[in-house]
Design a protein around this ligand. Structure first.
Ligand code: ADP
Ligand code: ZN
Length: 204
């Protein structure tokens, strides 16, 4: 894990924490933010509103009592408007839900000296690149890809398995389903199932 890397330079940079759901991205983001708070950096945390139904909006506290709270946002513009001039660290969770304008946003923050920590799921339920994550991975100075545990076989999981009524969701179901009854499991490549639209939804 390269996450403790310290850039011995005055400028900003971009670090991305990616991987499947349940791989510990939010835990790692929180760990880095907590350490930045301990280092007395001014930190602001943002999180896509879309994720609220899964894990809620969190706040992070250090042992000496200083806290930072994740601000829910819908768009990168809302982040741009709220970042204070003296903020040194900006953390963004669930970045895959934000539009492509997250790329120029994090670029301009890093260019003006901010350390930007971005966490997001890099692949959608089909196993294909999700939102602006590919661009974020390309422009970042540091990338960590985390894995969960496959709930079927116990190997490292690299895929998000979407289930609708307990069955693997078909390839043509929408990338983002809001307010619906789908659930997700972490699975490895060989246990991951995405039936094509002309296939039965098999129970695996
Ligand atoms: P992410 O932000 O990547 O979705 P979180 O940081 O919210 O991940 O959650 C990671 C935690 O999820 C793990 O520490 C573990 O307690 C729990 N967890 C639940 N299911 C799994 C799984 N299949 N593999 C690994 N961790 C899991
Ligand atoms: Zn598996």
């Amino acid at each position: 894990m390269i996450s403790d890397l310290h850039f011995n330079r005055s400028g900003g940079w971009i670090e991305v924490i990616c991987g499947v759901m349940f791989s510990g991205k939010s835990e790692e983001l929180i760990r880095r933010v907590r350490r930045a708070i301990i280092a007395r950096r001014k930190v602001q945390i943002f999180k896509s509103h879309l994720d609220e139904r899964y894990s809620g909006i969190y706040h992070i506290s250090s042992h000496d009592g200083r806290t930072a709270e994740a601000v829910p946002v819908d768009t990168p513009d809302q982040i741009a408007r709220q970042v204070a001039d003296d903020t040194q660290v900006v953390a963004i969770d669930e970045a895959q839900f934000l539009g492509t304008s997250v790329v120029p946003l994090v670029t301009s923050l890093a260019d003006r000296g901010v350390r930007v920590i971005v966490a997001g799921t890099d692949t959608d339920f089909r196993g294909e690149p999700f939102g602006a994550m590919p661009q974020l991975l390309a422009i970042a100075e540091v990338v960590d890809k985390l894995h969960a545990i496959c709930v079927k076989c116990g190997n490292p999981a690299s895929r998000n398995q979407r289930l609708i009524a307990g069955r693997p969701a078909r390839y043509d179901s929408p990338t983002i389903m809001v307010g619906s009854a789908e659930t997700y499991e972490a699975r490895c490549r060989s246990c991951h199932s995405v039936p094509r639209k002309d296939e039965e939804q098999l129970v695996l």
